[in-house]
Ligand binder design. Structure first.
Ligand code: HEM
Length: 421
């Protein structure tokens, strides 16, 4: 695939500088950068620029080098695929995020769109809610539970259910927990230092084969991680933080209203008074995605406008969506009400990226999954469970966002207070 990239990479340099020498340097540096084993040995490619303002973040998301230039789709795909190569090494994937082929990307996107429609057919959302209630009831038999593994395994079981047409309740919790933990470890290791190579992850292959026996994890085209990664990895972190915000942070009166709005949106018998309160579950999910965008930074590989040399630039979505100039003085506070006065919410929210690569889950599925998982957890714990954390893992004060680090809150527990009386 890498050989495939080079004509496009030359195109990036050549069209911008009109300088063949720069294009040659670009190819040589690219060769060193991509093919030297860099990705296997030492990741963290130097990011030349990180943008935090909306205009530039949008430009990076759109894979444009300047505001008015429209890139050829293949060049745009290349600028996304190169920084994502670490994922092909670490997870053995070949999907829309890693390919430079227009056809492969279209086919993957089309498959994703059809998968994301599944729960809307045959009362799929109600069935998922029903299954989730059972899973949460079973998990809450223990009186003290680590929150992060609980959120991870619930999100993974529900996501696998949708992606591979499985019954989430039948997915063994132990297998889901081990798989979630493996994905987390591989992801963390792939960020920095030596990247573990996918073919050596035999335990993870075994777990995947146990759950999805029809797909070979060692065949890049069939690998279930192609879908698990964009779906599960994005969801669990935002669900964790949305749940903590609506159940345990902020003024009690607000929490009561947020929980009611979410429970109401999951209920099949709608209560009109909640709708009148104008707190919508969509705005709660939207606000969680603003404050805690799961894809915190989006990277693109492009040639520098002045030198023609390749560089990696980043759109810092998280910083952009917390920017006080653009979002007001309370930008760092969880406040779903802010969305009631925003004219075009889909446009303002960058958490799902932007055209031409906007996520197919942006207009319905993403919100509904966040609401479903957050709501079912909040129903399950009711008022009886408190959060308990060891020193170093406490929640920050209201007004300061929760920590976004992947390892954050790993020791936080849900504690059943009824057992303490
Ligand atoms: C809350 C959940 C989700 C968030 C926040 C999210 C976020 C994103 C972002 C930021 C992008 C753009 C990446 C880029 O520009 O390089 C993207 C693209 C994409 N996402 Fe999602 N995603 C979510 C859920 C999902 C799910 C459940 C799927 C299903 C498989 C999915 C499939 C995709 C695909 C296929 C693309 C590429 C679209 C293209 O090439 O045009 N996402 N997502």
């Amino acid at each position: 695939m890498m050989l495939d990239l080079f004509p496009t990479l030359v195109g990036i340099a050549d069209s911008k500088t009109g300088n063949i020498a720069a294009a040659v340097v670009f190819v040589i540096v690219t060769l060193v950068y991509v093919r030297s084993g860099h990705y296997e040995l030492s990741d963290c490619p130097g990011v030349s620029k990180t943008f935090t303002d909306e205009v530039n973040c949008r430009r990076v998301l759109q894979a444009k080098t300047t505001n008015d230039e429209h890139k050829d789709l293949r060049i745009a795909l290349t600028s996304r695929a190169v920084p994502n190569q670490r994922l092909t090494v670490a997870f053995g994937i070949d999907n829309a995020f890693t390919t430079t082929s227009i056809e492969k990307r279209k086919s993957f996107k089309d498959q994703s769109i059809s998968i994301l429609h599944r729960p809307s057919l045959n009362s799929g959302w109600e069935k998922l809610h029903f299954g989730l209630r059972i899973m949460i009831r079973d998990a809450l038999i223990d009186k003290s539970i680590l929150l992060v593994p609980l959120v991870q395994s619930l999100t993974l079981r529900i996501t696998l259910g949708v992606l591979f047409d499985l019954d989430p309740v039948q997915i063994p919790i132990g297998v889901a927990e081990e798989l979630a933990s493996d994905i987390n470890d591989i992801w963390l290791a792939s960020k920095c230092g030596s990247i573990p190579i996918w073919r050596t992850q035999t335990r993870t292959h075994m777990l995947l084969r146990t759950l999805i026996s029809s797909r070979n994890p060692l065949d890049a085209a069939e690998n279930p991680m192609n879908f698990i990664l964009p779906a599960y990895e994005t969801l669990w972190r935002v669900v964790l933080r949305c749940f903590i915000e609506i159940a345990y942070r902020g003024p009690r009166a607000n929490r009561t209203i947020w929980r009611q709005a979410i429970h109401e949106s999951l209920s099949t018998n709608k209560d009109e008074s909640i709708a009148l309160a104008k707190v919508s579950a969509d705005n709660i999910a939207r606000e969680a995605l603003r404050l805690y965008p799961p894809t915190r930074r989006v990277y693109r590989y492009e040639s520098n406008l002045n030198t023609g040399l390749p560089e990696v630039v980043a759109a810092d979505i998280e910083a952009c969506q917390r920017n006080e100039t653009e979002w007001g003085a309370d930008a760092k506070t969880f406040n779903p009400d802010r969305w009631t006065t925003i004219d075009d919410p889909a446009k303002r929210l960058l958490a799902f990226g932007d055209s031409p690569f906007r996520c197919p889950a942006y207009n319905d599925f993403g919100f509904r999954m966040i609401i479903l998982l957050t709501g079912a957890l909040s129903e399950g714990v009711g008022e009886d469970w408190e959060l308990q954390s060891d020193s170093g893992d406490e929640l920050p004060e209201w007004g300061t966002p929760l920590c976004s680090a992947r390892k954050a809150y790993s020791q936080v527990r849900l504690q059943d207070m009824r057992s303490c009386n």
